[in-house]
Design a protein around this ligand. Structure first.
Ligand code: FES
Length: 109
């Protein structure tokens, strides 16, 4: 059962260790789901530089993740590129027990 309307269960919390990530799908979107300092963060997995689907394999530093391809760095809190000039979508995340949910984006956003 979903946490709230609009939220979709995408993973089990116990499958993602601290400081690790998973690639999950939300409809047509590919999402990088990171567990950092006990919190869950979800950003688009496709780098805005050359569109590689690799941010789930990025290099974590604090609350940023660097794309493994050429190093553009994104905030896990906002999805904004801190190096480079792009951004990826930021998703709202909820955790209930062992279930991790991501909110479906509003169409057109
Ligand atoms: S594809 Fe991510 S930095 Fe180039």
């Amino acid at each position: 059962m979903n946490a709230e309307p609009g939220f979709v269960r995408v993973a089990r919390l116990s499958d993602i260790a601290e400081g690790k990530s998973a690639r999950v799908r939300l409809g047509d979107d590919e999402v990088a789901l990171w567990r950092v300092r006990g919190e869950m963060y979800a950003i688009g997995n496709v780098c805005s530089h050359q569109h590689f689907s690799e941010l789930h394999h990025g290099i974590l530093s604090g609350l940023t993740v660097a794309c493994p391809m050429h190093g553009w760095t994104y905030s896990l809190e906002t999805g904004i590129a801190l190096s480079g000039n792009g951004r990826v979508r930021k998703y709202n995340v909820k955790v209930e027990g062992d279930d991790v949910y991501i909110e479906r984006p509003v169409p057109g956003e």
